[in-house]
Write a protein that binds this ligand. Structure first.
Ligand code: EPZ
Length: 432
């Protein structure tokens, strides 16, 4: 298994290109299942989660072609998806186990073929993450749902029926899945308390380009008028706001200056506000964000994760790590997932001063120094937090289990090296 070796103490300066958003790309890939015409996705990040999702679609019968392309100076991928016929209506355990976003096959298959067997994803490192909202909504739309041998077996006679749904939680996954089901349903579906994350807006925009009729995009009430058929399209994936936020913290924690090319400031308003309150200078440009922490003395900030446009849970671990370098105490509260402080014990091993209260809050106090150590994390964002700690630690940090990082951060070590970090990937073979 590969590891990252980081020698801390370098100030990061320069420019980083922000890739296409993983959490937009994954449902967009599945949305291609809704049509028998070609869907082309551009600005696709090269990540292991994308490769896993492509493998699932190929297993279902999709023909996929990929091409390298350069968008705004950044090398990325362009994929075409064509699902004329399905060779299987099963999303097997082996695919879902690797990547829970495989559950995005549920809405499209039920809508287009009226049947799917989907392995239930189960819990993961950050929480229980049930699918009850997805399943209950589809049931209300007329689907028969059965759970058998770890699988959801969902079927519908003829078409799903549009209905009025009220979500008890503004779930990102349920909003995407139900929206993909509703675009081909008979009649009008209303989703109240829909999630408003920008990735949902991106999915809705592409579905509308394919002939869907979705309104209320960006609000918590979505109205979806079902149509009989969707057609192909070409769609450019939005930039990854979580990747941008993560590198913004890399600039801040090393007291450097990084311009995040292609980052969209409007999707990061709450994290930007916290960084400014802490003392970091941020310039919002039409095509980039400049994060300048040179010579800054940061002041600790309290923050609480929330649904968009609140503070993203996917940036909690990174901001918590930044607060170790800010004066005073910061209270970090996690409200979305019940087990998302798994980075804390590893940070403690590097000399951090953090007290976790129950599962929901952590008090972070500033420390003079962190010390390099071998560390590992159990999820993607927690792993990035350990990289951040390594960037400022005295000595050498080895981050293990970096397959988590490969799921969500494209060319991580190249990007960090390009702004001055001393970081390299070691694979086990080199070490032997
Ligand atoms: C998406 O997960 C993202 N994943 C996550 O990204 C992100 O952390 C999360 O949204 C919150 O922003 C993808 O987009 C692929 P939810 P999702 O449904 O859709 C509960 C990353 O690092 N819930 O909005 O699974 C759930 O347990 C990650 O890139 C139910 O109770 O999140 C959680 O507590 C990890 N029942 C809360 O809602 C349901 O049926 C929000 O989950 C569905 C969700």
């Amino acid at each position: 298994m590969d590891r990252l070796k980081i020698k801390g103490g370098k100030q990061l300066n320069g420019q980083i290109y922000i890739s296409g958003a993983k959490n937009a790309a994954l449902p967009l890939i599945c949305a291609s299942l809704l049509t028998d015409e070609v869907v082309t996705l551009t600005n696709m990040p090269l990540l292991s989660d994308i490769i896993s999702m492509n493998a699932l679609l190929e297993q279902l019968g999709t023909k996929i072609e990929s091409r390298d392309e350069i968008i705004d100076g950044n090398a990325c991928k362009n994929y075409t998806y064509l699902t004329k016929e399905f060779s299987s209506l099963v999303a097997p355990y082996d695919y879902v186990r690797k990547m829970r976003a495989s559950y995005y096959a549920l809405g499209p298959l039920l809508a287009r073929k009226g049947y799917i067997e989907l392995s239930l994803p189960g819990g993961c490192a950050i929480g229980a993450r049930p699918m009850d909202i997805h399943l209950s909504a589809l049931e209300q739309m007329g689907a028969n749902i059965e759970i058998k041998n770890g699988y959801v077996i969902a079927s519908v006679d003829k078409r799903l029926k549009g209905t009025h749904l009220v979500f008890n939680i503004a779930s990102v996954g349920a909003t995407c899945n139900v929206m993909m089901a509703a675009v081909l349903a008979d009649g009008i579906t209303i989703i109240e308390n829909a999630a408003r994350e920008p990735e949902i807006g991106d999915l809705a925009a592409m579905l509308n380009d394919m002939g869907a009729k979705i309104s209320g995009i960006g609000t918590s009430v979505l109205r979806i008028e079902g149509v009989e058929k969707l057609h192909g399209t070409i769609h450019k994936v939005i930039p990854d706001r979580i990747e941008a936020g993560s590198y913004a913290v890399a600039a801040a924690i090393t007291r450097g200056k990084i311009e995040l090319i292609n980052a969209q400031a409007e999707t990061l308003q709450t994290p930007i506000k916290i960084l400014r309150q802490a003392g970091v200078k941020i310039e919002e440009k039409p095509q980039s964000i400049v994060v300048d922490a040179r010579g800054c003395k940061l002041v600790g900030q309290d923050l609480m994760t929330d649904y968009y446009p609140g503070f993203p849970t996917d940036l909690q671990a990174q901001f918590l790590t930044l607060m170790l370098t800010a004066e005073g105490a910061s209270m970090i509260t996690e409200t979305i997932f019940e087990n998302r402080f798994m980075h804390v014990p590893e940070l403690l091993r590097m000399g951090a001063n953090i007290n976790v209260h129950g599962h929901a809050s952590a008090i972070v106090r500033s420390v003079d120094k962190l010390y390099g150590a071998p560390v590992m994390a159990t999820d993607l964002r927690a792993s990035f937090a350990l990289v951040l700690a390594g960037l400022i630690a005295e000595g050498e940090t080895i981050v293990n289990r970096i397959y988590h990082l490969d799921r969500g951060y494209e060319k991580l070590e190249q990007k960090l090296r390009s702004v001055g970090a001393d970081i390299e990937r070691i694979n086990n073979k080199e070490e032997e």
